[in-house]
Design a protein around this ligand. Structure first.
Ligand SMILES: Nc1ncnc2c1ncn2[C@@H]1O[C@H](COP(=O)(O)OP(=O)(O)OP(=O)(O)O)[C@@H](O)[C@H]1O
Ligand SMILES: [Mg+2]
Length: 400
């Protein structure tokens, strides 16, 4: 009964929101009408695409910058504005290659968005490509193909599809195609063949990270649209901006924190969002990130993590690689698994360090050489929560 009452209270609170004016305006996919501090990128993309308005093919464009720097928002915004002006002389397709990370699904998306009906599976790639080309060339229009998060496609399937897409104009008689590739992987270029690189990157646009002041300004404007006047303090907004500025100027993080803080305040019936809502929101988000990260790790990496947590409890002073390996072998034995070699476990430790779940420091053991000193660097509770989801490793829980 108590649960039901609490549940109903939650619904009532959100049905007459105090904090939110239009909560959906803070959701990640919403593209605002106003994108401050991206004027330069908007105008550059606009000018590069503008020849399309007169039927001439714009250069292929490569857009890159760190996560949350507005690449997707700006691209969608400029295309939307352009299509509003161009009528049906220009068509645009937008594919997110993280969600559609096979050559087939990318081609399927492009065909579908152009109105060509193709089966979800079953055709050969060559046939699918042919149908797409025929559809594109069925009228004298200009087609802009956006491949967002394109690194995901290329890492998984190589750059063949990009190669054919950037060369498709050679086989078109009426229509023309321009490709826009977007990525936050600054090393992405290394995956590309030189020929693909030069044709995709006829033009480049860089998105620098937002500064603290820019984030504060952006958040203020977004808050004005989505939240009621007086329902948040300036300090709360500034704290969101400060946290995101420290995390490489990531505007998505800033907005995620603000949304979560607003939810917390709404749920508590607080009159306004204060700094404490923001700090708690950030902690929760950080925890979610760790849980997700651990959940998606390979089995043996989870076992190595669990070994370290075990050791932290058993002898909290100093943990070195050898200790971890012994404990890891124990755990493998307990659940009937073959242990990996110490060399492989050492690689796993480096990976765990890279993603920030542990921290390691090289220490000297005098005449015994050097080893790594290892510490857990994220919330132990969150790590265990992630591990709990794994049916094999979870049999080792809870701790003695
Ligand atoms: N200048 C801005 N003004 C208002 N909102 C912005 C601005 N820049 C980014 N945003 C918002 O921040 C969030 C992240 O932006 P976006 O998705 O465009 O980042 P991205 O560069 O594509 O990141 P990723 O590389 O992770 O895909 C979105 O919700 C977007 O609406
Ligand atoms: Mg994006």
């Amino acid at each position: 009964m108590d649960t039901l009452r609490s549940l109903e209270e939650i619904f009532v609170k959100f049905s007459k929101p105090r904090i939110f004016r239009a909560r959906e305006l803070l959701l990640p996919d919403y593209v605002p009408e106003d994108l401050p501090h991206r004027e330069k990128q908007i105008l550059k993309l606009g000018s590069l695409l503008a020849p399309a308005m007169a039927g001439s093919r714009p250069s292929n464009i490569f857009i890159y910058g760190l996560p949350g720097t507005g690449k997707t928002a700006v691209t969608k915004y400029v295309l939307r504005k352009m299509l509003e002006k161009a009528g049906d002389r220009i068509q645009a397709t937008y594919v997110n290659c993280r969600q559609n990370n096979t050559n087939y699904s990318v081609l399927f998306e492009i065909c579908t968005q152009l109105g060509e009906k193709v089966p979800f599976t079953g055709l050969s790639l060559a046939e699918l490509f042919k149908r797409m080309r025929r559809k594109i060339d069925s009228k004298a229009s200009l087609v802009i193909v956006v491949l967002d998060e394109v690194d995901h496609l290329v890492k998984k399937n190589g750059d063949d599809l990009l190669y054919y897409l950037t060369r498709i104009n050679l086989d078109l008689t009426r229509a023309k195609v321009s490709v826009i590739g977007v990525t936050n992987d600054l090393k992405f270029m290394e995956y590309l063949d030189a020929r693909v690189k030069s044709s995709l990157c006829e033009e480049e646009i860089v998105f620098p990270p937002y500064t603290y002041e820019e984030l504060e300004d952006i958040l203020k404007k977004r808050a004005e649209q989505a939240l009621n006047p007086g329902s948040y303090t300036e300090e709360a907004i500034r704290l969101c901006a400060a946290i995101a500025a420290r995390q490489k100027g990531d505007c998505r993080l800033a907005l995620d924190i603000l949304l979560k803080a607003a939810d917390l305040a709404e749920l508590e019936g607080a009159p306004r969002i204060e700094e404490n809502h923001v700090s708690r929101a950030y902690k929760e988000l950080e925890k979610d990130v760790v849980v997700d990260l651990v959940k998606t790790m390979p089995l043996h990496a989870k076992l190595v993590l669990l070994s370290i947590i075990h050791l932290t409890k058993e002898k909290p002073k100093i943990i070195i690689t050898g200790d971890v390996y012994r404990k890891y072998k124990d755990l493998c034995k307990k659940i009937g698994l073959d242990a990996l070699t110490q060399r492989r476990v050492s690689d796993i430790l480096s990976d765990l360090d890279t993603v920030g779940l542990i921290s390691t420091k090289i220490v000297s053991l005098g005449r015994y050489g050097r080893t790594k000193r290892i510490k857990i660097a994220a919330s132990e509770k969150a790590i265990l929560e992630g591990i709990k989801e794994d049916p094999t490793v979870s049999t080792l829980l809870p701790f003695p």
